[in-house]
Structure formats: C-alpha cells, structure tokens
Design a protein around this ligand. Structure first.
Ligand code: 26Q
Length: 801
C-alpha cells in the first residue's frame, strides 16, 4: 500500500478524535461516532482558515455581501467540505486502509433541510460558490428547530413526519452569544416630539432574543471560509416568561413553512420574516459603526441581497434604524437603504406573489407599518404627476387593504433580477412591467447556476475523474473549460467509458431501490427521471399520462414497441396542497399496477422514491438518462435540477420554459428533446379563452382511453383521486395545458425511445450536454451578481464566450 503523509496524519487525527470525544476505539465506534469524530477533525481544519478569513476581512475593510434568505438547503456537509479542502481522496484512502465503510459514515450525518426546494438550494449553491471565487459573501437566515418534513408513503399516500435534525447536535455550527440581537414585535407606538425631532415611543409588545449560530462555508482549493449565520429565537435574558409566552417566542424559529408557493399569509410567517431580517440588519449596522464607518458609507461597505420577497422587511427595518435610532433625515436614509438593497424575483405565478393584510402587518410591526405608509406616500407623490393616478395606484405598496411585498421590494432596491432570460423578460413585460417603465436600468437577468463540486465532483466522482483524464483538472476551477470535452466526441473508447460510468451509477441507484423499496429495476432500461416539488404547473401528471399511454399500448397489443424505461419520481407535496397529494397517490397506484404486471414489466417500471431531498438528489442525478423538465411554458422561473441533470449527462425532455431554453441552446437542439407549446401560445390561449380540454379529450381516442383509465377502475384504488385528477383536466378545463401538450409529449418520448437504442449516438448526445454544462456553474452566476449588482471583487477569471 502506498504511503502518504496526509493519510497517515489524517488517520492519527481521526483515531485521536474518536478517543477524545467518545472514549472508544475504532472497532467499537458506531457510524454516528465515526462521523462525528471525523467531522470534528475537519471542523478544526476549517476553523483556522475561518478565523484568518474573518481577520482579513476586518483588516482590509472589504465590502461585505449579505445574502438574506428565509431558506437554506445545505444537505450534508462532510463530503462537500472534504472535497473543497482537497482531502476527499485522502480520506477515502484512509477509510479503505482502516477497513471502514465510508459511505455508512457519511450517511450518519443528518441531511440539513432548512428549505423547501429550488430557492433554498440555490442559496446553498451560492454559499459554496462565493468562497470558492474568493468573494466576501455571507448568508443570513433562520435556524429552524424542525426542517422540511420527512415524507413516507402509506398505502400510496404521503405522510409527513417531523424533521428533528438537531437530535444529534450539529457538528458544524458555532453558537455566538455575544452577537445576539433583540427583535421587537407588536405593542403600540406613538410619535413624540423631542429636541431631536419626532421619535417613536413603544408601549408593550414582545421582545425576542435572536441568537446566531454560524457555520463556516468552505471555499474550494483556497483559504477562504465565509459565514452562514442562522438565527434562533429565545427568551431574552432577565425576562420572566410564562410557559406559554416562552413557546410563543420559540415558535418563531420553530419550524420551516413546508409550502413553496405562499398559500396564505400567516402571522407566524410574518414574524419569521421580520425575525431574521431585523436581527441581520441590526447586526450589520452595529458592526459597521463599530468598525468606525459613517452610516453614509453603508452602501460602499455592505450589499444586502434579498432572495425573493420574504426578507423585504429589511427595507423598512433599515429605514427605522437610520431614522429612529440614528436621527437621519428621510431622504438620506432612503438613499442609503435603496443603494444597499437588491432583489431577486423567483416566481411568475401570480398567486405566489407575497401580500400581507395591512391589519395583521400593523398589529405585528406597527412602526414598520408607519414607515411603509410613508414610503407609499412618497412613491405616489413622485410618480403620479408624470404617470397618472391610476399608475400610482397600481404600483403602490399599499392597496386594497394589503401590503404588496414585490412592489415594496422593487421600490426599495437599486436592482431587480429574474433567474433565467425568459423569466427576466416576462418580469419586464408583464409581472413588474410598471416598474420597468419607471426604472428600466434597475432590471437585469442573472441566470441561476449550480455547483458542479457537489453534484458532479462529489456525487459523481468517477465522471469527474474520467473527464480529468481527457482535459486535465483546470476545468474544475474554470467550469466553462469543460467544453474542451467536445474534442473527444468521436473518441469511441471514451464514449464507452462514459457509458460504463453511467451504468455504474444506475446500478448504485438500483441497489438503493432494491434495498429500500424492494423493487428490482432494470439497469438496461432508460432511467427517465422527474425530481422536483410536486406542483400542478410542473406537470408530473403529463409524465403519468405518458406512462399510462405506454401501459395501455402494451396491454392491448403485446407486440407494441415501447422502449424499456424505468420512470423515476421523487417529490414532496406541501401538506396542505390536497391536489398535489392526490397526484402522488395516483402515481403510486400506477406504479403498483405496472410493477406487478408481468405482461408489461420487462418494458416498464415506475418507482416513486420517498423523502426527496439533497442527499437523494445526489444519488439519483448521476444515474439519470433522461431529465424531465416539462412545466407549462411561462411558469417555471428557471429550474435548477435541469442544470444538475445535464451536467451528469442526462438528456432533456423539456418544454421551452425557464432555463430549459438556455440548456437546449447550449447543448444543441439535436442533443435534447424539446416539445410542447411555447410561452406565446400559452398566453394567447389565456387572452383568447379558446382552450378546450374537452375538445382535445373528444378528438384524441388514445388520450380518451388514458383519461378514462383514471376513473373506470383500470387503475385500482384511486376512486376519489382518479376522479379528482380527471375533473381538474376536463371539468375545470386543465389550467396547465396538460392535454394541450400531450400529443407532442408522447410523440417526443417515442422518438427518444428509438434514439436510445443506439447507445453510442446516445452517449455522444450525453457528452454534448456534459460539455455544455460549464456555463451553468453558480461560480459565474455569483460573479455576475458581484460585477453588476453588488460591486465587490472576486477572483473568477473572466472568460471569453
Ligand atoms: C412564501 C410565503 C409563505 C409560505 C411560503 C412561501 C414560499 C416559500 C418558498 C414561497 C416560495 C418559495 C420557494 C420558491 C422557489 O423555490 N422557487 C424556485 O426558485 C428556483 C431558484 O431560482 C427556480 O429555479 C424555480 O424555477 C422556482 O420555482
């Protein structure tokens, strides 16, 4: 065995750590103890870099970016941290030498799920990208006591269990008592004349102590470690709180809202939004002043970015601090605030735009409400003369008894961006059109990105290693350099090696499915993957109708040609989203029917993996052949699983929506399967009211049979759910045009199935996707934010197109 100093030293540190923490030998240690001991070693290595980074930022007076997000979805840290520290290979070797199952050790770490989906995971990808390009950027969010629910299926129904992620302590976090902040809610507030002008006097209300827990965000192959700060709600010291008062306070950081589309504004949710926004802003300003800067220097020293509208209260909160606590005038405070804050929108769904009842808002945050009234008044005055009363009305933060958060965010920030070109265009043309008329220069696009480090180098180590053998390792620093792989698309040996890697990854997933679900899936079949939140607009239902089409074809004609496929779903539905849960039930029953039917199951299988999250994504994505990105055009802001799947060599079966468009463009249309209506067609149907699901149903016999299968007992055990799905399509005229895209979808699936049979040609298309994935690195995304919005330096080399 090869001797390696790092491995030897790591081994000693690991064994010492086991003894120091648990007084056990390696042989007697559990996987959890092994994990915690190793994590402690890694944390020590991070700590030195972290301290130095903090000192360096303080000493140089670098401008700081703060990314405010109500969700972060980090998943597991150990493997990603080892990778970024350059210690992954050595650790693997050490574990081999010690005869320890490293996978089991890593799986002992809890998957930190303090977010719902795309938005939260994007925030965590940015937390990986920022230190990796030496950008001074920190996260600010909530340390929820319970994260996103754990999902199980019972009789095909989704059942939710609490996510008690702190049961075993979080090894990575550091509690910072001396950084705690008090956040105030409710009560009455009066303005009193004082020698310094009008000042608010508070009467009653609730004080909550926000205590931060910091985690080091490790840069890849450098010495930078930034900070993710998550706030926890506690009773302030010296306050005598009854049991019920205590529980009111602690509930503020008690649990993540398990909904990713803003069902209805609830009081506790508003308290959460204010909680991390206020604690974060107070803390930033406190340090800014302690470092000797004037408040007027704030926009030069600090950039605050709000991830969707959930932290929009930072705008009135900053005004409150500048006006009430530091006596600035309105105009200077407003200038400082707007030049500090920037905003990203993540949704085109009208129902997902955040609004709060003014009554509730005024009860919870009375002083902020007064300030919003003042912002509203200034806004109306400044736009009415030029654009008219009606325009002023439409764009005002306060209208119809509600506080419109996207309007407040647009007015109170200096930059507004969407997350893919189509999305940014639709923001300008439709959703935020009035604001675009007012301030066109505020608007830009910043296409989302992903971290290849987690989703490729760590989750698909053999793929990255194989690529290294062809183009060296520099592409890991400069992801666009992966285009050099295109030179090898006629290299047959390389294509075979790529296919071998894919097959190994499929086998790894098949083993998991066999072990955890008791289903043996066929690794020679196409792994056709749809993994994302369960939502009507994402159209898992369209995929399901495709499955039923194949099933009925095979049942009616044993010689029908259907390319062998394993349909792989993973998705959580919001607990209150009844329709989404009905779709889960139907998919599970179809899966049961198909998997237990010997007449079809050498051609098709359906598996719905429970409890989708970051760790499961890391297992599924490397194994995917096909990436289903089939939202109704104009609905998905960007999507990010589309980028992760592409980087791992899956071909897109996709509508022209969100970043699908850009992925197809980058990979080449011949290396993807685009289908369905485009955005213009969808909007025309909305305008002309000429879409008839009933007509489509009546005129397409194949589709007719498929839909009838949902209600005539063909699919067993779905009396109620099958009817509900049927009704949403036929009686309610199919809001998301599932039937309108059906024909195009099944035709495209058939063509794809044929193409897959030529393995070499398929692998060549797969290679084209991998080779085009570099531009979707979050490193570039974050660098673009840094250059164009935050105005902070970084060390990512600019690259020629
Ligand atoms: C708001 C108020 C009350 C309760 C919940 C919410 C809430 C929570 C989460 C609303 C929305 C979200 C999350 C939205 C989200 O994940 N959007 C996705 O963002 C991705 C990153 O930009 C995009 O790729 C996806 O297209 C978009 O759907």
């Amino acid at each position: 065995m090869q001797q390696n100093d790092t491995v030897t030293q790591l081994k000693q540190e690991f064994l010492d750590s086991l003894e120091a923490h648990f007084a056990v030998s390696l042989a007697d240690a559990t996987d959890l103890q092994r994990y915690q001991a190793l994590a402690a070693v890694v944390k020590q290595k991070i700590a030195t870099k972290w301290r130095r980074t903090k000192e360096d930022y303080r000493d140089t007076g670098a401008k700081q970016v703060y990314y405010f997000s109500i969700e972060f979805l980090p998943g597991r840290y150990l493997r990603a941290n080892l990778l970024n520290l350059g210690l992954l290979a050595d650790t693997e070797q050490m574990m081999t030498e010690l005869d320890v199952d490293f996978t089991a050790v890593m799986e002992a770490e809890v998957d930190q799920g303090l977010g719902n989906g795309g938005l939260g995971r994007l925030a965590s990808d940015f937390m990986d990208a920022m230190p990796s390009i030496a950008l001074v950027g920190n996260g600010n969010g909530i340390r929820y006591r319970y994260g996103l629910f754990r999902q199980a299926f019972i009789n095909g129904y989704q059942v939710e269990y609490p996510d008690d992620w702190l049961k075993n302590d979080d090894v990575w976090e550091v509690r910072q008592d001396d950084e705690a902040q008090v956040v105030h809610y409710g009560g009455n507030v009066y303005l009193q004349d004082t020698p310094d002008g009008l000042r608010p006097v508070y009467d009653g209300g609730l004080d909550v102590l926000a205590v931060p827990y910091d985690t080091g965000m490790v840069g890849a192959d450098n010495d930078v470690v930034n900070t993710l700060r998550l706030w926890s709600a506690e009773v302030p010291e010296g306050v005598k709180a009854s049991v019920s008062e205590r529980s009111v306070i602690e509930s503020i950081s008690g649990e993540l809202y398990p909904d990713d589309s803003n069902e209805e504004g609830r009081r506790l949710r508003l308290r959460q939004e204010y909680f991390f926004s206020s604690a974060g802003v107070q803390n930033i300003i406190k340090h800014h002043l302690a470092d000797g800067y004037s408040l007027h220097a704030l926009p030069f020293q600090v950039a605050i970015h709000i991830n969707d509208t959930h932290p929009t209260v930072v705008i009135p909160e900053m005004m409150r601090i500048l006006l009430d606590e530091h006596g600035l005038g309105w105009e200077e405070a407003w200038g400082i605030t707007t030049r500090t804050v920037s905003y990203t929108n993540h949704t085109l769904l009208a129902e997902a735009l955040e609004r709060w009842s003014q009554d509730l808002f005024a009860q919870e945050l009375p002083r902020l409400f007064q300030l919003i009234q003042e912002i509203d008044r200034h806004h109306r005055v400044s736009v009415a003369s030029e654009h008219g009363e009606d325009f002023a009305w439409r764009t005002s933060p306060l209208q119809d008894g509600q506080v419109h958060m996207a309007r407040l965010a647009a007015i109170g920030s200096h930059a507004i961006n969407g997350v893919a070109p189509l999305h940014s265009q639709l923001l300008q043309d439709k959703v935020l059109h009035d604001f675009y008329i007012l301030w066109p220069a505020k608007f830009s696009n910043k296409t989302n990105g992903i971290t290849h480090r987690r989703y490729m180098h760590a989750a698909n180590e053999s793929l990255s290693a194989l690529i290294d053998t062809k183009i060296g390792r520099d592409w890991r620093k400069l992801p666009k350099d992966i285009t050099k792989l295109r030179d090898f698309n006629m290299d047959e040996a390389f294509l075979r090696e790529l296919a071998v890697v894919k097959r190994q990854n499929k086998q790894r997933l098949a083993d998991w499915v066999s072990h955890n679900m008791g289903i043996d899936i066929n690794v020679d079949a196409i792994f056709d993957v749809q993994i994302k939140r369960l939502h009507a607009y994402k159209r898992q239902l369209l995929h399901l109708l495709g499955i039923l089409t194949d099933y009925l074809a095979l049942k009616h004609d044993a010689n029908a040609y259907v390319a062998p496929r394993v349909h792989i779903f993973a998705a959580k539905a919001a607990p209150s989203y009844h329709y989404a849960k009905q779709i889960i039930k139907v998919i599970n029953e179809v899966a049961n029917m198909v998997n237990n039917d010997p007449a079809v199951n050498d051609k098709m299988q359906v598996v719905f993996l429970p409890n989708y999250g970051v760790s499961l994504a890391e297992l599924i994505i490397p194994a995917a052949d096909v990436s289903e990105q089939i939202s109704t055009a104009g609905k998905e802001a960007s999507g990010t699983s589309n980028m992760k799947l592409m980087a791992n060599g899956a071909l897109q079966l996709a509508t022209m929506d969100g970043a699908n468009i850009d992925i197809i463009h980058a990979a080449g249309a011949e290396n993807a399967y685009a289908f369905g209506m485009d955005t213009d067609t969808v909007y025309k149907h909305y305008e002309q009211h000429d879409y008839s699901a009933w007509d489509i149903y009546q005129n397409n016999p194949k589709l007719h049979r498929v839909l009838d299968a949902l209600i005539d007992g063909t699919v067993p055990n779905v009396q109620e759910e099958g009817q509900a799905v049927f009704d949403s399509l036929i009686r309610d005229n199919d809001e998301y045009f599932v039937l309108g895209d059906y024909e195009s979808y099944v035709d495209t699936q058939a063509r794809l199935g044929q193409d897959y049979q030529n393995q070499q040609a398929w692998t060549r298309k797969s290679l084209a996707n991998i080779a085009a994935s570099g531009e979707f690195s979050a490193d570039y995304t974050v660098a673009a934010y840094a250059d164009e919005i935050w105005h902070v330096p970084h060390n990512l080399l600019a690259q020629q197109e």
